[in-house]
Design a binder for this molecule. Structure first.
Ligand code: GLU
Length: 464
């Protein structure tokens, strides 16, 4: 049988880390088995669903490269189909109209609670021959079996059994004709021939209900795999501060999509000790049985580290393109400075994100004023004649990294000081900081004219 998986987000917020990981697992499973991956937007919560969220989900998936073969399907465009199935269930005496009002249901709930019972619908309209009250639009409820139990073999959690008397008659269609999640999800999984339902384990309690509906329809059951949730680094529910932000936020913060994808794959799933792997390897190795049964912990440092591994080997032109917007925001005029791809090549091993890469590149495109502390420490009267001497030499030499290096060395020798005694003031003058790559490489890229201008500028401010 052809494998068919789906990702079925509700568009009530952005695509966050948890959702993206669920999508990734479903995608990887389909790809591994040469199957199809389907995107379905579960937009039946009319109050909370927004077009913006739909767009954020589509953008997030596109950025991560989670391509789907069918969809996006929208549940609100399938209402007719849900009504048709509800009608069929009514005809077969597997569903019924329920006229209980809100107030009535509330009263029932309170009574149950005060009697120490679990609140649940008591089936008062299940086999009722009462005349329906006027003016109330009924809901349609499912006739859940009263006896027996539901068992399924979760691909991650193992065998799960729930007694039918634990489950009440759930609403299939609300009085406004909009289906509930449990109903539409079943009809869609059935119509879309889903073979593996891979989703967050917050839905595990829904599964027995869904199986009962499928059974009532004489439909084949998919396999279920409920993925444990992701906790924050502090061991608590993933909060905004601990990574529960939009996937797109990671793009804005300078992460590479392949790095985030790699990290998401490792969240609660592993293949031996492999930490860095590309999507083809993930597809080859992916297996539901290797998903951890316990919750995964989101670890921002690890994500940082993985991002750095990808940055190191990423193509310079691509990184340059990604860095442009950060630099432009930082008042840099890129066409006034050295080729950004060369700058990126020099810096990329030293940073964890594109944002850090841009921060490290700023001084190539505009001078940065050193702190007073750095000035006091390095731009001293003692350094002044040495820097003046160097300036003169710099005017004459061939402007290459090797020659610049040689020149710094020979000035050091002439003044009988160590190399850093020259490199440090030079760094401070030219870059405004002291943590830079090798200074000769920086100067070679920055160009003679700009280097001389910056040194000159500082020299005139150092008292003799
Ligand atoms: N729409 C549900 C959600 O976003 C997912 C349902 C499912 O995967 O079955 O939580």
């Amino acid at each position: 049988m052809m494998v068919r998986t789906r990702f079925a987000p509700s568009p009530t917020g952005y695509l966050h880390i948890g959702g993206a990981r669920t999508a990734l697992f479903s995608w990887a499973y389909a790809r591994k088995h040469g199957g199809k991956f389907i995107l379905r937007i579960e937009d039946t919560d009319l109050e909370r669903s927004t077009q913006q969220s739909i767009q954020a989900i589509l953008d997030g998936m596109a950025w991560l490269g989670l391509d789907y073969d069918e969809g996006p399907f929208y549940q609100m465009q399938r209402l007719e189909r849900y009504h048709e199935v509800a009608e069929q269930l009514l005809q077969n005496n597997q569903a019924y109209y329920c006229y209980a009002s809100k107030a009535e249901l509330e009263e029932m709930r309170e009574q149950q609670l005060s009697a120490g019972l679990k609140p649940r619908y008591d089936g008062r309209w299940r086999d009722s021959s009462k005349t329906p009250p006027a003016g109330i639009k009924p809901v349609i409820r499912f006739k859940n079996p009263l006896e027996g139990h539901v068992t399924f073999n979760d691909q991650i959690k193992g065998r799960i059994t729930v007694a039918n008397n634990e489950l009440d008659d759930l609403v299939l269609l609300r009085s406004d004709g909009v289906p509930t999640y449990n109903f539409s999800v079943v009809i869609d999984d059935l119509d879309m021939n889903i073979t593996q339902v891979i989703r967050g384990d917050d839905h595990v309690n829904n599964t027995p209900r869904q199986i009962n509906i499928l059974k009532a329809l004489n439909a084949p059951l998919p396999e279920y795999a409920h993925v444990p949730m992701i906790l924050g680094a502090n061991g608590e529910r993933l909060s905004k501060r601990h990574g529960a932000v939009s996937v797109i936020q990671y793009r804005e913060d300078g992460y590479l999509p392949e790095a985030l994808l790699n990290y998401l794959a490792r969240l609660g799933w592993s293949h031996g000790d492999e930490e860095i792997f590309c999507r083809e390897q993930l597809v080859e190795w992916f297996d539901l049985t290797a998903i951890n049964r316990s919750p995964a912990k989101f670890n921002p440092e690890k994500l940082h580290w993985i991002n750095q591994q990808y940055l190191k080997t990423a193509d310079n032109d691509r990184l340059a393109e990604l860095t442009v917007s950060f630099l432009t925001k930082d008042n840099c005029q890129i066409d006034q400075g050295p080729d950004l791809a060369l700058v990126v090549d020099l810096l990329k091993e030293r940073v964890n994100t594109i944002e850090e890469l841009a921060d490290a590149a700023v001084y190539f495109y505009r001078p940065l004023e050193p702190s007073n502390e750095l000035k006091e420490q390095h731009l001293t009267a003692e350094a002044k004649p040495i820097m003046s001497g160097l300036l003169e030499k710099f005017n004459q030499i061939e402007w290459t990294r090797e020659v610049i290096h040689q020149e710094i060395k020979s000035i050091a020798k002439a003044y009988d000081v160590k190399f850093p005694k020259i490199a440090m003031p030079l760094r401070v003058m030219v870059t405004g900081e002291i943590h830079t790559p090798s200074i000769d490489a920086v100067l070679a890229l920055l160009g003679r004219e700009e280097t001389l201008a910056r040194i000159n500028n500082h020299l005139s401010n150092i008292p003799d």
